[in-house]
Design a protein around this ligand. Structure first.
Ligand code: BES
Ligand code: MN
Ligand code: ZN
Length: 494
């Protein structure tokens, strides 16, 4: 997709679709007034007829227009200026991008208001327009002859200003590509994205974007005594691995941020086999790892002045003659003994060893991402991630980055009383704490493997993979949290 910013007046921009954001207010903005004049007052008429309300994410198409450079207009509502946030803006612009991406080879232009709008700065609006244009026009139908969405042939961001705005476009493009990389990895079938299939893609993108990459294969994992992670992999014929990618932008003495991702490339449940309905979407169980990889590419391409290391634990969880069993006692890399009560609580077993590896390799702060529990989806719904921490200031930093990125995250408690639920009978801890508080007991389990490092666990089981299409997003992988991680890394440097 060719992407560029243009200084041209809105009326002169040539495009198949001109996307025009409209606030829910009485007056017309200056660019809307110019458009109105060129179109013989139609904008004013639509407003007075009540057809152009500007309500958030409402759309109004005008086809076959004459008198301006574009042949079609899509008005997209932003709601009221006072309520505008990045989250609401993204929702509106994603809706618009999806609405005009149903045909091949479409040239699209998105109009950006001439100054800041509510709480959204001019530059952030430009970035959001670019990212949404890229993410909204890419579908999940990778293998269909007749695709439902088509990436735009060209995207123009109509925003007059200085070279700073070119940087905002570039940032939006890099983030958009990172989100689409994450989505692509998650949407691809589990027969392709096996642990080694994931590692191959990671090596390619790492080489493309100048990240250091290392793949630890099974013998190395054994040497490292990562027996908790290896147990999960036992029932599968696909060899496990751990991918490490590193961006050194901060110099040798700067602190290191670790991003750790759950990469279960298919979660059948193992011997605690999932029923078909629950297993159906379990190719998505490597979304944590895919989110880490996507974010790392953006962090490297943006040349953020920080040190960040991504650790991705990759296994397939299958039943089989050599599968790990209920009642097995696993000794994790850090020596903690784990009673296996349910082989479907496998994500925490993978993360346990990857977290302890990261801790021993001198990272200073940790964020892990995992499609870890159905319980978190029950608690917070499909569109919100759960956050859990052992260090409130660090969690506050992450929550602030999420807010600035327009992604919904809600913190859940980690009180000591939950610990009783995972106390082992014959080992130190059990891999499930029963039904109640399942997202929290899973987080308490992980806490045993982060030593005393400031750590936030993000349970992305709900938002990582969408069950149905909505006007503002395609069903399937969402790339949720890529933006937040990039923003967190940006703030880590300051
Ligand atoms: N990968 C699943 C969690 C999940 C559920 C992700 C729905 C995405 C959507 C995880 O490995 C799992 O199976 N968790 C169990 C834990 C239980 C056995 C303690 C669950 O949530 O039921
Ligand atoms: Mn599972
Ligand atoms: Zn899982």
């Amino acid at each position: 997709m060719e992407i560029r910013r243009t200084d041209r007046p809105v009326t002169q921009v040539e495009a198949d679709w001109l996307i025009v954001p409209v606030l829910e207010s009485a007056e017309l903005s200056s660019s809307l007034a110019g458009l109105d004049q060129a179109l013989g007052g139609i904008v004013t008429r639509l407003k007075s007829l009540g057809d152009l309300t500007g309500k958030l994410a409402s759309t109004l198409p005008l086809r076959g227009v004459t008198g301006i450079g574009a042949s079609r207009i899509l008005f997209i509502g932003l709601g009221t200026e006072a309520d505008l946030t990045i989250a609401r803006l993204d929702k509106a612009l994603m809706t618009a991008a999806r609405a005009v991406s149903d045909k091949k080879e479409t040239r699209v232009a998105i109009v950006v208001p001439s100054e800041s709008t509510g709480a959204v700065s001019h530059a952030d609006f430009v970035t959001s327009a670019t990212t949404c244009g890229m993410v909204g026009s890419l579908g999940q139908d990778l293998f269909r002859a007749e695709r439902g969405r088509h990436p735009f042939a060209g995207l123009q961001v109509v925003a007059a200003g200085t070279a700073e705005l070119d940087g905002a476009v570039e940032r939006g493009r890099i983030i958009g590509q990172a989100i689409n990389l994450t989505r692509d990895l998650v949407n691809r079938p589990p027969q392709e994205i096996t642990p080694m299939g994931f590692a191959k893609r990671a090596q390619i993108v790492a080489n493309d974007y100048g990240l250091r990459v290392e793949v630890l294969e099974q013998p190395r994992l054994e040497q490292e005594r990562m027996r908790s992670m290896l147990a999960v992999s036992q029932g599968s014929t696909e060899p496990p691995c751990m991918v490490i990618v590193e961006h050194d932008g901060g110099g040798p003495n700067a602190p290191r941020l670790a991003l750790v991702g759950k990469g279960v490339t298919f979660d059948s449940g193992g011997l605690s086999l999932k029923p078909t309905d629950g297993m159906l979407t379990m190719k998505c169980d490597m979304a944590g790892a895919a989110t880490v990889l996507g974010a790392m590419t953006a962090i490297a391409r943006l040349k953020l002045p920080v040190n960040v290391v991504g650790y991705m634990g990759l296994v397939e969880n299958m039943p089989g003659g050599s599968a790990f069993k209920l009642g097995d006692i696993l000794t994790a890399r850090n020596g903690v003994t784990i009673e296996v009560l349910n082989t479907d609580a496998e994500g925490r077993l993978v993360l346990a060893d990857v977290l302890s590896y990261a801790v021993d390799h001198g990272v200073d702060r940790i964020v892990d991402l995992a499609t870890l529990t159905g319980a978190c989806v029950v608690a917070l719904g499909e569109d919100v991630s759960g956050a859990f921490t052992n260090d409130q200031p660090w969690c506050d930093t992450l929550l602030a980055a999420a807010k600035a990125s327009g992604e919904d995250v809600w913190q859940l408690p980690m009180w000591d009383s939950y610990e009783d639920l995972i106390k082992g009978d014959v080992g130190d801890i059990k891999n499930t704490g029963g039904r109640w508080g399942g997202a929290i007991t899973a987080a308490r389990f992980l806490k045993h493997f982060v030593a005393d490092k400031p750590w936030v666990h993000l349970d992305i089981a709900g938002p990582a993979f969408a069950s149905s299409n909505k006007p503002h997003r395609e069903a399937g992988a969402t790339g949720h949290m890529v933006k937040t991680l990039v923003e967190l890394a940006r703030r880590f440097g300051t």
